[in-house]
Design a binder for this molecule. Structure first.
Ligand code: SF4
Length: 343
């Protein structure tokens, strides 16, 4: 039996994931099915399956979108040319990119227009990296490691450095230092590209790590920030395990040890609860490192459609449409968990 179990805060859904899940839920309520989604809406198998069950079709190529259909672009960000393809084919296209990914796209555009070569630190083939590299494909180079910086050979250029939002700090910092020593005048964004949710979840784990023997991280293998949490603990010389379901606990020895449990930014909290209950520790504590207040409004295309629809309902059914009219204004207090339950 687990001795002490610490449930770490912050964990699980970030503001970008909250917004994307609610956006796709709204789309299912407003538009005819099927609704298409470019890439997994967020990198979590349970959530993707929940939407598949409700007739959302996930596609990886704009060519797979039937003409005049309804499509949402995922939270990870989409290359401008690909977004244009979706706009041209679809009847309605809603871009639910996280505003913090949009910030990196803006920086890539600005540095590129300024004649700089951009070193982008990220994971090859990750949806976010693919989208960001598509902003200025001729001027961006992907690097994944300190060693990759040696291959860049940009000493005759002006150079800037950007990053995928979900890297582990312990992965990013050595690459940042190497890039700064290689290119003395390298330009960086004013504010780090690693997002608040990524860094807050990692810092909380670092701060609890001295109290525990092992760490459990709930999340899917495709989730970069989940993997970053595992890397963060492994780099401290401790054991960390990524788990998605109770079945994944079978091969982990947890007898008489102290454990911390957290979740990546796209992992639903009911799985953390299920696992905590199953572990039935001698002592359960909530470790609150910091609390988060961030809120990202729904994509503007959707806000405008919901507002129009609400007005229409109000005019047609003045006495029966209170909830529909209030829907958009109450979005901040409506959680993604509630949205998923409403499906
Ligand atoms: S992890 Fe960060 S960048 Fe990614 S969706 Fe969440 S808030 Fe946005």
């Amino acid at each position: 039996m687990v001795n002490n179990l610490y449930v770490v805060t912050p964990r699980g859904f970030c503001a970008g994931v909250e917004m994307a899940i609610k956006a796709l839920t709204w789309m299912l309520k407003i538009y005819d099915e099927p609704v298409y989604c470019y890439h997994e809406i967020v990198h979590n198998d349970w959530i993707v399956q929940r939407f598949k069950d409700k007739n959302v079709i996930f596609i990886e190529d704009p060519k797979d979108l039937p003409k005049d259909s309804i499509v949402m672009l995922s939270a990870h960000g989409t290359a401008p040319t690909v977004e244009m393809e979706f706009k041209n084919t679809s009847m309605t296209s809603v871009n639910s990119v996280c505003p913090l990914v949009t910030k990196v796209h803006h920086e890539a555009r600005r540095f590129s227009e300024d004649g700089k070569k951009i070193i982008y630190v990220g994971h090859k083939n990750h949806d976010e990296a693919i989208g960001a590299l598509g902003v200025a494909p001729d001027n961006m180079i992907l690097v994944e490691s300190v060693e990759d910086i040696d291959q860049t050979n940009l000493h005759n250029d002006k150079v800037a450095l950007l990053a995928q939002t979900t890297l582990a700090m312990s992965e990013w910092e050595p690459i940042l230092n190497k890039a700064k020593s290689e290119y003395q005048n390298i330009e960086l964004p004013r504010k780090s590209d690693l997002c608040y949710a990524t860094t807050n979840r990692q810092k909380a784990l670092i701060n609890i790590s001295n109290k525990v023997d092992k760490v459990l991280v709930v999340g899917s293998s495709t989730s970069s920030n989940t993997n970053a949490l595992v890397t963060t603990i492994n780099n401290l010389g401790k054991e960390a395990h990524r788990i998605e379901t109770l079945d994944d606990l079978d091969n982990i020895s947890l007898d008489n040890v102290d454990v911390a449990i957290t979740a990546g930014a796209s992992a639903p909290d009911h799985i953390v609860k299920e696992i905590s209950e199953y572990l039935n520790p001698n002592n359960l504590e909530f470790f609150i490192d910091t609390t988060e207040e961030e809120y990202f409004p729904l994509p503007k295309e959707l806000r405008s459609n919901i507002t129009s629809l609400s007005k229409l309902l109000k005019n047609m059914f003045p006495t029966n449409s209170k909830e529909a009219v209030n829907g958009i204004s109450k979005d901040k207090s409506w959680s993604a968990t509630e949205a998923l339950s409403s499906l």
